[in-house]
Design a protein around this ligand. Structure first.
Ligand SMILES: [Fe+2]
Length: 223
């Protein structure tokens, strides 16, 4: 299978991705955001003659408003989210399963912890980690049914079993980094240097300021 990845970065560091099967030209989009113009997504699809099949949310975002519905209206693609996601817009619910994007296998890993509807998406040597694993960090666990214990288990039992060379594509990055790898995060991510108990204690005490758009984003993205 051969696939390609295009990353879109919003001015506030929210990352979305279009992944396409290079032979069949079927594509999926991960975490589309209103902070990237719809035109940017649709022009990319058009220029590359891609057929968008799936719109996938890694979780219910609290820091930006999703454009999944608008992308659906433009393309007719289906919205896929974990079954715990509160949104009524999903066309299909996901649990641990695999689907085909043309000749490319797409594996969904259920990775609760940041929220209870978090999934990571494994495609070949790339894993899209949402806010479960960030470059040099992890998502917070203090709202949307988050759980520090679940996050620890998701990271170590679902992600850190992948090969070191697996590329990590997160949902956010504020430092203009494009991606990381599982091996790099294992070696350098300070949160991964913590034992289970240290991690749970540190994350349970970690209450950064709520994201700017918290109330609006959660309400909009849960519709
Ligand atoms: Fe998040």
């Amino acid at each position: 299978m051969a696939f390609s990845i295009k990353q879109f970065r919003s001015p506030r560091g929210c990352l979305s991705y279009i992944v396409s099967d290079t032979e069949t030209k079927e594509a999926l989009i991960i975490d589309p955001s209103v902070e990237v113009s719809i035109k940017e997504y649709t022009s990319f699809l058009k220029e590359n003659e891609l057929k968008l099949q799936f719109i996938i949310e890694t979780h219910t975002h609290a820091d930006h408003i999703s454009s999944a519905q608008k992308v659906k209206e433009e393309t007719g693609a289906k919205i896929l989210q974990h079954k715990n996601a509160p949104s009524h817009l999903k066309d299909r619910t996901l649990s641990e399963e695999t689907l085909n994007l043309g000749n490319t296998e797409v594996r969904f890993l259920y990775t609760p912890g940041h929220t209870d509807d978090c999934i990571c998406i494994l495609i070949g040597d790339a894993v899209f980690t949402g806010d479960t694993l960030l470059i040099g960090g992890t998502g917070r666990t203090d709202f949307q049914n988050g759980s520090s214990q679940d996050l620890y288990n998701s990271i170590w039992k679902k992600l850190m079993i992948l090969s070191d060379s697996t590329k990590v594509y997160p949902a956010h990055n504020y430092k203009n980094q494009v991606n990381s790898t599982i091996g790099y995060e294992r070696a350098h991510n300070p949160r991964l240097a913590l034992s289970h108990d240290e991690f749970v204690t540190a994350m349970d005490a970690h209450h950064p300021q709520k994201p700017d758009l918290f109330d609006t984003a959660v309400a909009e993205n849960s519709k």
